[in-house]
Design a protein around this ligand. Sequence first.
Ligand SMILES: [Ca+2]
Length: 237
Amino acid sequence: MPLRRLAAGLALCALAAVPALADPPPNLLPNGNFDEGEATALHWEAANGLTTFFVNEMGRGRIVKMDTQVDRLQALEWMKAFAADPTLPPPAKTPIAKDSFATIGGNEGVMLDSDFIPATPGQDYKLTVAIKGDGAPFVWIKGFQKHPKREAFVDAYQTRLVGLDASPTEWKTYAIGFNPTARMPKVEKFKVRLYAFWPNGLYCFDDVRIEAITAAEMAELVKAREHPGPLREGRPE
Ligand SMILES: [Ca+2]
């Protein structure tokens, strides 16, 4: 890297460090750290106790843990039963080999959704999330708009953060910029979907943040996403 560019990069880092001293911008996603709520985390889908779990981890409070090494048929059957009656006790996991493709991780994957939050027209956002896992999980942003005829909301936008180079033992923080209404101006609301699949194993998520950002911050995140480098999509910050 030419020295001048390196110097400019360092100056940018120095500038970027200043706002970190101020209060962080508000998290637009309620309960992004999963700590609010008693038996279950408020503003998130319930964990089913077979493939999705809310567990406590020292220093982090509650986190989301997913197990994708679950027999696919057992997982599908349990998801149906749990949806019908969430008070049912979870079944004991049927043992299945680490490299088996007959798992939920080798097929549909495992997911857990947040509540919807409103999309402000034209607004750029930053998604940040802490990840630990046996592979590279995704964090989706899924946007919805009203169906032109039916009184229903339909899928209209999606983008994803990829937890590349996630570690099974060490938490890493990832970020992307996104704008759900830039190309789909009728998008009214969006949600976060935590998602893990292959390889079979354990995946953890914590500190999910959605922040409104400026056009300049968005341009930096987009550049980082398009050009390989230490800040490209899914790389640790
Ligand atoms: Ca937490």
